[in-house]
Write a protein that binds this ligand. Structure first.
Ligand code: FES
Length: 483
């Protein structure tokens, strides 16, 4: 339920092939008459009164690509009798990543990733907060504990002998994920002024965090410290990992997701902000948007008005994921197929721009409405970056480099991001993808590369620029809607 089951996103579509599912008002809003006649319905609004048989299209749950960290070469691994081991975890809103670490010599023994099964309660933090505030908090906690336990068991089972000597765990996550994991009330997270129960930065017994089923009985679990309700411990970890807080050079750190979290500064001063981009850049809300699943269009070249696409695993196209969306938009802009206001030229304005066909000959298109969603998302990120630079008083010429964190940032071509105005053109060539810095921060804590006190000092030494009610942000947001 990417939209939390509100009947808004159309992502829970299923097709009835036998039996009857009554058409709901939400079905009528999302589907055409022809699609309704073919049996398409929104699963989140459907109430079955008889046995029905449905077809579920390829779902995001089938395989999200998640970034972990480089593990040591399998052949080189042997457990040292006097070494301690630990588990580092990044709990992302979409995916989880974990690493089994030799805390004594700093080696990463193995990594594993999984989809965050809280996704069935909503794709972004806002819908999860909504679900938690409406009585689903326990279920959300149970879901993430189950995911974590499964990941941990997998890593420990693959490396016999580590479980008994695994005494520490470090978890980096955004503030909402920490609340849901710990079962803290989420009422203070939804509305300004925010009142989080805690931003992390403490150590607990494993059972307090993972519940009575914890695979580690005698371990301690440290939650890395966050900075604010919307710039959490995952970003603190990123600041440390990129060396932003220890360098004279000014850097910009951006984690692109449904919220674009960003940090600007150096060892002397740091400013943080969070821009509400929404899920469009990751495929959420788009007619054919999907996660990074086999068949997702991940590359698009548009030449003489025609699209040539590349899909994940070279599978038959099933939808379009984040990088494909960005490349398609960059192509449309370059070829003049959308004007600077984002309007598709005819005949695509009404029919959408065709990218590919599915196995059953449905046209995968980027519609005018999709382009509006993309415009709003990229504008929120760009306006966030520009507001941060403007409000910090740091001249943009001093920005030495840009670190792009997270899965989407890893695969994104900064030059194409600049074509659509997601990143400033003058900073695109100074941009480096840094991967899962949240997990790397948790690993750093386990291996002693950074201490909890150092992370706390990083988290405390920031000034937050709240964009939600900032006039400059609103103005820039309107400006950057255009291409
Ligand atoms: S429309 Fe059903 S989950 Fe969004």
């Amino acid at each position: 339920m990417p939209c939390g089951g509100k009947g808004m996103c159309g992502k829970c579509r299923v097709r009835v092939v036998r039996g009857r599912l009554p058409v709901t008002p939400e079905d009528k809003r999302i589907f055409s008459e022809a699609q309704l006649a073919q049996g398409w319905r929104l699963a989140c609004k459907a109430v079955t009164r008889e046995a029905v048989e449905i077809v579920v299209p390829v779902q995001e749950q089938q395989g999200f690509s998640a970034l972990a960290a480089e593990a040591a070469d399998e052949g080189a691994l042997s457990l040292a009798a006097d070494h301690d081991y630990g588990l580092a975890v990044d709990i992302g809103t979409t995916t989880l990543a974990a690493a089994l670490v030799d805390c004594t010599d700093g080696k990463i023994l193995a990594t594993a990733t999984a989809v965050n099964s809280q996704r069935s309660f909503g794709a972004d933090v806002v819908s999860r907060i909504g679900a938690a505030c409406h009585g689903k908090g326990k279920a959300l906690q149970k879901a993430v504990r189950r995911d974590l336990t499964r990941l941990m068991k997998q890593l420990l089972k693959d490396h016999p002998g580590t479980a008994a000597r695994c005494r520490q765990m470090a978890i980096a996550a955004n503030t909402t994920m920490l609340h849901l994991l710990m079962g803290w009330p989420c009422d203070g997270l939804g509305d300004w002024p925010f009142h989080p129960v805690s931003l992390g930065g403490k150590t607990y017994r494993a059972q307090e965090v993972l519940g009575p089923q914890s695979p580690l009985a005698d371990a301690t679990v440290t939650l890395l410290p966050g900075m604010s309700t919307y710039v959490g411990a995952d970003i603190t970890a990123g600041i440390w990992q990129c060396g932003l807080a220890s360098s004279d050079d000014v850097s910009l750190f951006v984690d692109l997701g449904t919220n674009g979290e960003m940090v600007l500064g150096n060892k002397d001063q740091r400013f943080i902000a969070s821009a509400p981009a929404g899920p469009a850049l990751e495929g959420g809300k788009l007619t054919w948007g999907t996660g990074s699943v086999p068949g997702a269009i991940c590359g698009v070249r548009i030449e003489r008005g025609r699209a040539k696409v590349r899909t994940i695993d070279h599978a038959v196209p099933v939808g379009i994921c984040g990088t494909g969306i960005l490349e398609a938009m960059a192509g449309l802009v370059r070829e003049g197929l959308v004007d600077e206001t984002g309007k598709l030229v005819e005949p695509y304005f009404h029919k959408g721009f065709p990218l590919a066909s599915t196995l059953d000959y449905q046209r995968i298109t980027l519609s005018q409405q999709d382009i509006r969603e993309i415009q709003m998302a990229k504008s929120a990120i760009r306006a966030g970056i520009e507001s941060l630079i403007e409000r910090s008083g740091i001249s943009r010429q001093r920005v030495h480099q840009v670190f792009l964190a997270g899965g989407f940032g890893y695969y994104l071509d900064p030059q194409k991001a600049a074509v659509i105005g997601l990143l400033p053109a003058d900073l695109a060539e100074r941009t480096t993808a840094v991967g899962n810095t949240s997990l790397k921060g948790a690993i750093g804590l386990l291996t002693g590369a950074v201490t909890l006190e150092e992370l706390q000092a990083i988290a405390a030494g920031v000034e937050e620029i709240v964009l939600g009610n900032d006039e400059a942000f609103q103005r820039l947001y309107i400006d950057y809607l255009n291409f």
